[in-house]
Design a protein. Structure first.
Length: 190
């Protein structure tokens, strides 16, 4: 990408570069957050478990920030030009899925933040800063937001799976440009 390139407007059939970049940074942060939590479950050593949990929280804070930035970007770029002709029901399904993805991208980290606070812990960002406490120690609230955090995370992963399946369906079955419009750094074929 040349230094004179602007994320607005994108070449025909492509999403703006800034939107694409934040999409893939979000993917990497989600993979890191999930991997750290799963890795934590595989170790017994307390210091390492604490480190992995703190890194998981940091990626959660990052995801919250990325989610907010992405919502602002989508609002600034709305409506995005269509890269494929879709029936009304498919457009509704895509919009609903994207809306739920954004909602959960915010709600899951906020529940994690509340969970940490309700157990007397703070949510920090890679040792650079800590978020202010939203609530004090509250075991009942901790139980509730723990369930919400876990359920929301599973819903988010399920919607991501649906999102990936839809992108692959568009690419391999419908053979339209939807998947290619969000791939980083690829030039469109004429």
């Amino acid at each position: 990408m040349s230094s004179s390139a602007s994320p607005l407007p994108a070449p025909a059939g492509r999403r703006p570069a800034l939107l694409v970049a934040f999409h893939w940074i979000t993917v990497l942060a989600l993979v890191a957050a999930v991997t750290l939590l799963l890795g934590r479950e595989a170790v017994d050593e307390k210091a390492l478990r604490t480190l992995l949990l703190n890194l998981h929280k940091s990626f959660g804070v990052l995801l919250l920030g990325l989610g907010l930035v992405r919502i602002v970007l989508r609002a600034a770029l709305h409506p995005l030009p269509a890269v494929a002709q879709l029936p009304a029901l498919a457009r509704f399904g895509a919009a609903a899925t994207h809306g739920l993805l954004y909602l959960l991208l915010l709600a899951v980290p906020v529940c994690g933040w509340l969970l940490a606070n309700s157990h007397g812990k703070q949510a920090g960002f890679f040792g650079l800063f800590t978020l202010p406490d939203l609530v004090g120690i509250d075991e009942d609230l901790g139980d509730l937001v723990s369930e919400l955090h876990e359920t929301g995370a599973y819903l988010l992963l399920g919607l991501i799976g649906l999102h990936i399946a839809a992108a692959l369906h568009h690419h391999f079955i419908l053979k339209d440009k939807i998947l290619r419009s969000m791939l980083p750094g690829l030039r469109q074929r004429p």
